[in-house]
Write a protein that binds this ligand. Structure first.
Ligand code: ZN
Length: 301
């Protein structure tokens, strides 16, 4: 009879210090696991199992939303929907890439680039359209993805000698693209808050997204709750799992917001000719943006 031997699980002091996580005392996989062991470990309880599944399952939810939206929106002929299409094409693989990263231990920056496409097209304040920030928004976001992926990788080097610096670098690699991508949104929310503009469901959706994004940042930085009770949340409930769940909920609200018919706080100007709509939907040079996007995506693979 075929028997499958599940990989051995280790306690914190049995793995090299570089793999230690704050407040996580057990459930570690072997640092040099084979690919098969990595796959098998996703079906046994380790401190990575919930991390893997909390991104693997939402992948299929987003793929399903993509298919539903594809049947109701004309992605081929309606240029206004192209940024949403690119956002979906980048957002669907991002939880999958993260799930693989947790299975095989590496990283991804697709999500931030997807956000830049969506916000560059749907969240830009009207009077910023065709301005310098609008034109270079996505190319700069693609450049940020390169820099932050490098920074995130580099942050592993000083981990033993200077753990605080290593953490600060990783935090910067995570926070900087988030803050950059959200510039139009911050502006719109502030603008909406201080003026008498109409409150619509799309803005509410983006507010929920921001709330969950701030929560993910807090969980990432604080390592709560496991820091308060080391060993209690090794398998279920540690900060990285909560981080994943908040990130997925945030992405859900972000994905749904443009579908609520997001308009700027003030009424949109009269419809523009199609050629101008394309220009406005794609901040920056479309070819350059898509090329950079493909390069970044390829780099992640
Ligand atoms: Zn993760």
């Amino acid at each position: 009879m075929l028997t499958i031997k599940l990989p051995q699980i280790f306690r914190v002091h049995q793995v090299p210090r570089i793999f230690w996580e704050d407040g996580i005392m057990s459930g570690y996989r072997h640092p040099k696991s084979s690919a098969l062991d990595c796959v098998l470990s996703s079906f046994q309880m380790t401190n990575e199992t919930v991390n893997i599944w909390t991104h693997f399952l939402p992948t299929w939810y987003f793929v399903w939303r993509f298919l539903v939206l594809s049947s109701s929106l004309d992605f081929c002929r309606e240029p206004h929907h192209w940024p949403l299409l690119i956002y979906l094409l980048l957002v669907c693989p991002y939880p999958f890439a993260s799930s693989c990263a947790h299975t095989f231990s590496s990283m991804s920056a697709l999500y931030s680039l997807g956000c830049a496409f969506a916000y560059g097209a749907y969240a830009m304040p009207d009077h910023w359209l065709s301005g310098v920030l609008h034109r270079y928004f996505v190319p700069v976001a693609a450049f940020n993805s390169f820099v932050c992926t490098g920074l995130s990788c580099y942050s592993r080097f000083p981990e033993l000698e200077r753990p605080q610096l290593s953490k600060a670098l990783r935090m910067a690699a995570f926070m900087y693209p988030f803050l950059y991508d959200n510039i139009p949104l911050f502006y719109r929310l502030l603008f909406c808050f201080w003026s008498s503009c109409a409150w619509n469901e799309a803005v509410a959706g983006y507010c929920y997204h921001l709330l969950f994004a701030l929560l993910t940042g807090f969980l990432f930085a604080s390592h709560l709750p496991e820091r308060l009770a080391p060993g209690r949340f090794d398998y279920i409930g540690h900060s990285h799992q909560l981080f994943h769940i908040c990130a997925m909920l945030g992405t859900h609200f972000q994905l749904e917001a443009p579908n609520q018919g997001l308009g700027p706080p003030n009424p949109r100007p009269k419809p523009r000719p199609v050629s101008q709509q394309v220009q406005h939907s794609y901040p920056g040079d479309p070819c350059l943006s898509v090329c950079l996007c493909v390069i970044v995506t390829a780099q992640q693979g």
